[in-house]
Design a protein around this ligand. Structure first.
Ligand code: PSV
Ligand code: MN
Ligand code: MN
Length: 430
């Protein structure tokens, strides 16, 4: 039986206070959309079936390489992280899966963990491997790289870790392995740019060969950091080349913060989909680099344009369309649960707005080179306030009309501050 973390009665009674206003707003938006030939209930239904995974590490306070400022009551291990994810899911009804990270989430019994998650109404999404840090007691260092290291023993160790992640993921019910490596260089000449890619491909092929039949391997590229001169899988070009060489079930994962400033990410989405290689998406926002700020806080228009391409891709699935969506943020100055609630809403808003685009008008304008009308088709959808649709989608599934208000009223964090042990200060993580 599902054991939800918050009192459902309390959520319902807060909803009761907001229901009349919601019905009024929903009715008004429904009439507006009706004039545009859009059935609001059909859009709400699509939004209600939308979901995005939470990274287990996103439930804790993040940090920068300068400092981490812990929050009283933040989770100290995977069990507490799951409880916090369940809070986000109970209120938002858009985040039913957790993406674990190893060895950060290492424990003894993964079958029991899967059951524990199920009791909280959660499942597991892609498993993330970690060969960008050294762990206590690890025989060999990743200081000079992991999957692309020159030392074959280091490469073997990194491969072995990924195989272990697959095995853990199998027990958790995951069906994808996400691989992001920090391998790269800080000095011109430090690394042979071609041979390092060869070594990466070789290691990745061994991992790919071990994938269960219904699994995918997702390659996450990132332009820089921790390496500041060259990175082995630096961009979508390197990523798609690797994915194409490795095989059909190897695809690319786009993290919004992993590109050069001003790169046209929506076009990357279109390109990857065109060749059947769009495997997943990490949502966050950024101003300068891989800032991992909350989704939609800096550039909500980009988020909308990305979803516009995703909706187009879904309408033209070509070989298939099933990207793994995840929030990948570092919550340095907020309560992570609040950031996750707000971000899930922003992401769903991007999706909802993309659903409102008059595609016939857009395609017609594109075909006839009517630039202004093509843009207006997007602009009209982007300008629409979809708040009532999101609230209705949540409420229809038992979630909160106003997730942040309900969360604050629950007193969850203050209670956890009493119950959980304190997390130490120190340098941050990714
Ligand atoms: C590092 O940049 C990173 O944030 C990547 O985006 C990964 O998805 C994440 O760490 C976890 O490995
Ligand atoms: Mn990421
Ligand atoms: Mn990142």
């Amino acid at each position: 039986m599902t054991q939800l973390p918050l009192s459902q009665d309390q959520i319902e009674s807060l909803n009761a206070q907001g229901r009349e206003a919601l019905e009024d707003d929903y009715g008004s938006l429904g009439r507006q959309l009706g004039r545009r030939g859009i059935d609001i209930d059909a859009v709400t239904e699509r939004v209600a079936s939308f979901s995005v995974a939470i990274p287990s590490w996103g439930t804790g306070r993040g940090g920068t390489r300068f400092a981490k400022f812990p929050l009283a009551g933040e989770p100290t291990g995977i069990h507490e992280k799951l409880a916090d994810c369940a809070v986000v899911q109970q209120l938002s009804r858009m985040t039913p899966r957790v993406s674990p990270h190893f060895p950060w989430d290492k424990i003894g019994d993964y079958r029991a963990l899967r059951e524990e998650a199920a009791e909280l109404g959660l499942g597991f999404d892609a498993v993330n491997s970690n060969t960008f840090q050294d762990q206590a007691g690890q025989p060999l260092s990743y200081g000079a790289g992991s999957l692309a290291a020159t030392d074959p023993a280091v490469r073997a160790q990194a491969v072995e870790h990924n195989l272990e992640c697959i095995e853990i993921g199998r027990q958790l019910g995951s069906t994808a392995l996400t691989v992001w490596v920090g391998d790269g260089s800080n000095f011109p000449g430090q690394q042979d740019l071609s041979r390092s890619f060869d070594r990466y491909l070789d290691s990745a092929a061994t991992i790919y060969a071990a994938l269960p039949g219904d699994w995918r391997m997702l390659l996450e590229h990132k332009m820089f950091e921790p390496a500041f001169y060259s990175t082995v899988i630096s961009d979508w070009g390197s990523s798609i080349l690797a994915a194409q060489q490795l095989g059909e079930r190897c695809q690319c994962l786009v993290d919004l913060g992993h590109h050069a400033p001003n790169v046209n990410i929506e076009q990357i989405v279109a390109r990857l989909h065109r060749f059947g290689k769009l495997g997943g998406f990490h949502f966050n926002d950024s101003k300068y680099g891989d800032d991992d700020l909350d989704s939609g806080t800096i550039n909500p228009h980009q988020l909308f344009l990305v979803f516009n391409e995703l909706v187009e891709a879904e309408l033209n699935p070509r070989g298939g369309f099933d990207p793994a969506y995840m929030i990948d943020q570092s919550h340095n100055v907020t309560d992570p649960i609040e950031s996750l609630l707000s971000s899930a809403g922003e992401i769903a808003a991007g999706f909802a707005k993309a659903l409102l685009v008059d595609r016939e008008a857009l395609h017609l304008a594109q075909e006839s080179n009517d630039t202004m009308m093509a843009f207006q088709a997007l602009r009209q959808a982007y300008r629409t306030d979809v708040t009532p649709i999101l609230a209705q989608a949540r409420v229809g599934q038992g979630g909160a009309i106003d997730p942040l208000a309900a969360y604050r009223q629950s007193g969850w964090r203050a209670r956890k501050a009493q119950e959980r042990r304190a997390v130490g200060v120190g340098a941050g993580i990714v």
